[in-house]
Design a protein around this ligand. Structure first.
Ligand code: NAG
Ligand code: NAG
Ligand code: NAG
Ligand code: NAG
Length: 538
């Protein structure tokens, strides 16, 4: 289970030589706060705006011991570290090392005052990492995951010491509801300019409908495997809808899941590229003309396809559909100032962001997929910790709620503007396949034939339906209903959380190296000494 994750993931290469440009790019897109759809609401005590670096990293400002740090938000890990010297912090006499597959963070555990998202924790444990190229002074990472995965927590014996930042906040402020929310921005979205927002115990006013969304239970890993507990939930049966509108078949590898058609999905703001089984990635991308599976030396295996191909996928949780913006299903390296990939026939290619799992998930995996920022940009996410809190006396079950923020019609217009120069050359396989023999939807011939057959079938059904129901007005002849149901009202381009594990950060001189590999299978010593749920959860 202690797989060493290969150094893989997108940013690495993508960003390797362009970090400055990226940073500038991001800053250059910042617009005055009052012009943003979603603003920093100073009245919200628990809100913290996010910076978006190339859609590959979302950071926020925190104060540690009076000094300001730019920290990446990461729901996939649980510890805070900052690089630099925090003079006003006291030494705990302990040291901690967070090991990521390549790289990590290591240093003395200090105790100091932390200000985050409008809250102040007077005595917060964190790792003070000596600055180096991989950990530039002034930067860091804040882990927002369950405390079971906290290395620092494991270093302390007393129940009330070494808590994660969020546990500290929740324990200290009993009136604060035990949840966090986040929205992640999309940089090249032509209609929604917003970099992201993160809150503790508060809901952004544009997204209050999130509380009406299905409460998706967090699935729990076995007690013996607690260090692997993440915020994870089950995808619906037939819940992964591919570009042709049909569900992609999924078989869960998670032994405790009773219905193997339900994939266990980890929600992780630290991963840029969602990780899916190779068969799923193939089902998404291989049907497009010009799509190829390549082995990028930094990212690993990844699908590329011509940038003009519009990839529509939809994910379903709790019976709700969550459309993924086509700009998130495949990303154009050119938007980062990089030369694009080329297909073997010489077409400019985009990178399929839903990547075949790029590391060994172990013999007895606790999840099937990792939904990182490319998915999370399409939802406003609420994670209720329930009793996933160190001193929790209760028995509340943790859950996740997603509010869709992507309107498929608007997303399609965005795609046409950004990737097709404003001229819609796509042909919806759903709305007009029957009327054109020159489809530019890019679906391969086989697929077209299959779809053609479906359309014929649908037409037949429609005819039959029309016959049967012809007296019924307003009947929309539902046999061929579009799969991408419009999302509910709030669709302002909120960002999403990322799932990227970053172990090395931008220092202005050396390129940032994002390490998506996180301790999904943490070494034994990372398992907390005391069981945070002992006597609380069975
Ligand atoms: C919600 O978003 C819209 C559009 O971006 C914006 O005009 C409006 O001010 C926002 N409302 C609130 C309450 O933030
Ligand atoms: C964080 O602080 C820096 C420096 O003060 C500022 O430039 C940046 O905009 C801040 N970021 C956010 C998200 O507030
Ligand atoms: C993708 O979805 C949008 C919105 O439903 C639709 O307009 C467009 O035609 C679809 N594109 C393809 C290639 O199916
Ligand atoms: C289909 O192709 C034929 C010949 O290629 C052409 O004459 C006809 O106009 C096309 N029909 C459509 C709907 O494009």
């Amino acid at each position: 289970m202690f797989s060493k994750l290969p150094a893989s993931l997108l940013a690495l290469v993508l960003l390797a030589d362009f970090s400055c440009a990226l940073r500038l790019n991001v800053e250059g897109r910042r617009i005055p706060v009052e012009k943003r759809g979603l603003q920093r609401r100073s009245s919200l005590s628990g809100s913290s705006p996010l910076d978006d670096t190339a859609d590959l990293q979302y950071t926020t400002n925190i104060t540690v011991g009076g000094a300001s740090f730019d920290v990446m938000i990461d729901t996939g890990s649980s510890d805070l570290w900052v690089a630099g010297t925090v003079s006003s912090a006291s030494d705990s006499g302990k040291a901690a090392t967070i090991s990521y597959a390549s790289g990590g963070a290591s240093g003395p555990v200090k105790i100091g005052a932390v200000e985050f998202a409008g809250y102040t924790v007077p005595k917060q444990a964190f790792i003070e990492v000596p600055p180096d190229d991989a950990h530039p002074a002034g930067q860091g990472l804040i882990g927002l995951g369950p405390s079971a995965g906290s290395v620092i927590f494991g270093e302390f014996d007393a129940e009330d010491e070494g808590n994660t930042v969020l546990d500290s906040i929740f324990i200290q402020n009993t009136a604060t509801p035990n949840f966090i929310t986040f929205a992640l921005g999309r940089l090249n979205d032509p209609t929604d300019v917003f970099t992201g927002d993160f809150t503790v115990g508060e809901i952004l006013s544009n997204f209050t409908d999130v509380s009406n969304q299905p409460k998706l239970p967090v699935t729990e890993v076995s007690i013996s495997n607690q260090g692997n507990q993440h915020f994870q939930t089950l995808l619906d049966v037939n819940g992964f809808i591919g570009p042709d509108g049909n569900p992609i078949s999924v078989t869960s590898e998670v032994s405790s899941t009773s219905n193997k058609k339900q994939a266990t999905v980890v929600i992780d703001t630290g991963f840029s590229l969602p990780q899916v089984p190779a068969s799923v990635a193939k089902a998404i991308y291989s049907q497009f003309n010009g799509a190829e599976l390549i082995n990028d030396k930094s990212i690993g295996q990844v699908w590329i396809l011509p940038c003009t191909q519009e990839v529509n996928i939809t994910l379903k949780f709790g019976g709700k559909s969550y459309p993924v913006h086509p700009l998130d299903a495949a990303i154009d390296p050119a938007t980062f100032g990089l030369s694009p990939y080329q297909t073997s026939s010489g077409q400019n290619a985009c990178l399929g962001l839903f990547q075949p799992v790029s590391f060994d998930t172990g013999k007895n995996p606790t999840y099937d997929m990792i939904f990182g920022m490319a998915f999370l940009r399409n939802v406003y996410t609420l994670i209720n910790f329930g009793d996933f809190i160190a001193d929790s006396k209760g028995k509340a079950d943790p859950y996740i709620q997603f509010l869709s923020t992507t309107d498929p019609a608007e997303a399609h217009q965005d795609f046409v503007k950004v990737r097709l120069g404003g001229v819609d050359t796509t042909t919806s396989v759903f709305s007009h396949s029957g009327s054109s023999n020159n489809s530019s939807s890019g679906l391969s011939n086989t697929t077209k034939y299959i779809i053609g057959g479906c359309v014929l079938g649908a037409i037949l059904l429609l005819v039959v339906g029309a016959f049967i129901f012809r007296s019924r007005r307003n009947s929309k002849a539902g046999a061929y209903r579009p799969l991408h149901l419009p999302a509910p009202a709030p669709m302002y381009g909120a960002g999403q959380p990322q799932m990227y594990q970053q172990t090395q950060m931008y220092n202005g001189a050396n390129p940032p190296v994002y390490n998506p590999d996180r301790p999904y299978d943490p070494p034994q010593e990372h398992v907390p000494y005391h069981n945070p749920w002992e006597g609380r959860r069975q």
